[in-house]
Write a protein that binds this ligand. Structure first.
Ligand code: CP
Ligand code: NVA
Length: 314
């Protein structure tokens, strides 16, 4: 067996994703029930971009699992002085049982994972935010039960980490995914290809459109995210005018199913991608969604550490 990592949403099969979500529900009922990190064993949690939810939820979650989180700003480590990712991965693996990392390009995570001898978890990259989507799926399951055949529409930047992870993680859960984005902001083709492969296995449907109102029609879940992700501040693109028609507001909401659930990974830019009325309204589940980061990530660590233990005992 090889070490399992969680770098993008299809690093787990549909059955494995369901297992992780079941552990997440169990941990939500009984937060202290699993202590795989008792000792305490350590987890490295590194950030190269800002974070509130990810940082707090991992640090608290690791404590609840009996472990110790070493939380650092990646720029303060020797990575900031050009020690290689591979050397860093090798060294960290001698101290901790998992590496959780928020960084820029996905290739950096791939490089870290190829050298590390412990599980590596993507805590957000430019391309994916798979821990967030585990929490989103947990939140939706709490509202809707079985997700197979349900319709989720994401509106906004179709080429960002949330769009990609909802696409790939969503079809893994059997959700039909529609991505509505302005022209030029469609998902990356290689990620669409991965999603098509996974959708063929689970029977989920995928659709892309530049028409936000048509995309919202009958949706069971509406999701949006910032129009300007971390690292895109100076990309020279107009990230306001083309996005305005994609705002999640009451008019758009009225097109969706009457019991539509509204998700947003947060932080929200109120009045831009979502209005106060919707974010604070009865369809919004964003605070439960934020809470579920804790449970879903603990479940992911429990699951990865079980696999890691099996490799170590070979
Ligand atoms: N949703 C999310 O990842 O939030 P943070 O950037 O605050 O961690
Ligand atoms: N797409 C956003 C998500 C923040 C949690 C970003 O990358 O900034």
């Amino acid at each position: 067996m090889t070490i399992r990592h969680f770098l993008k949403d299809d690093d787990v099969t549909a059955a494995e994703q369901a297992e992780i979500l079941a552990i997440a529900a169990e941990l939500k009922r009984d937060p202290q029930s699993r202590k795989p990190l008792a000792g305490p064993r350590g987890v490295a949690v590194m950030f190269e971009k800002n974070s509130t939810r990810t940082r707090f939820s991992f640090e608290m979650g690791i404590a609840q699992l009996g472990g110790h989180a070493v939380v650092v700003d990646g720029r303060d480590t020797q990575l900031g002085r050009e020690e290689t990712l591979a050397d860093t991965g090798r060294v960290l693996s001698r101290y901790v049982d998992a590496i959780v990392w928020r960084t820029f390009g996905q290739a950096r995570l791939d490089e870290m994972a190829s050298a590390a001898t412990v599980p590596v978890v993507n805590a957000l990259s430019n391309e994916f935010h798979p821990c967030q989507v585990l929490a989103d799926l947990q939140t939706l399951k709490e509202r809707k039960g079985d997700l197979g055949g349900r319709n989720l529409t994401y509106l906004g930047d179709g080429a960002n980490n949330m769009a990609h992870s909802l696409l790939l993680g969503g079809v893994t859960a059997g959700l039909n995914i529609t991505i509505a984005a302005p022209e030029g902001f469609e998902p990356l083709p290689w990620i669409v290809e991965l999603a098509r492969v996974r959708a063929a296995e689970t029977g989920a449907k995928i659709a892309f459109t530049n028409d936000p109102l048509a995309a919202a029609e009958g949706a069971d879940a509406l999701v949006t995210d910032t129009w300007m992700s971390m690292g895109q501040e100076n990309d020279g693109l107009d990230r306001v005018a083309p996005f305005r028609p994609f705002q999640v507001n009451s008019a758009l909401l009225s097109r969706a199913a009457p019991d539509v659930t509204v998700l947003h990974c947060l932080p929200a830019h109120r009045g831009e991608e979502i209005t106060d009325e919707v974010l604070d309204g009865p369809h919004s589940v964003v605070w439960d969604e934020a809470e579920n980061r804790l449970h879903a990530q603990k479940a992911l660590l429990v699951w990865l550490l079980e696999k890691y233990e099996a490799v170590r005992n070979e």
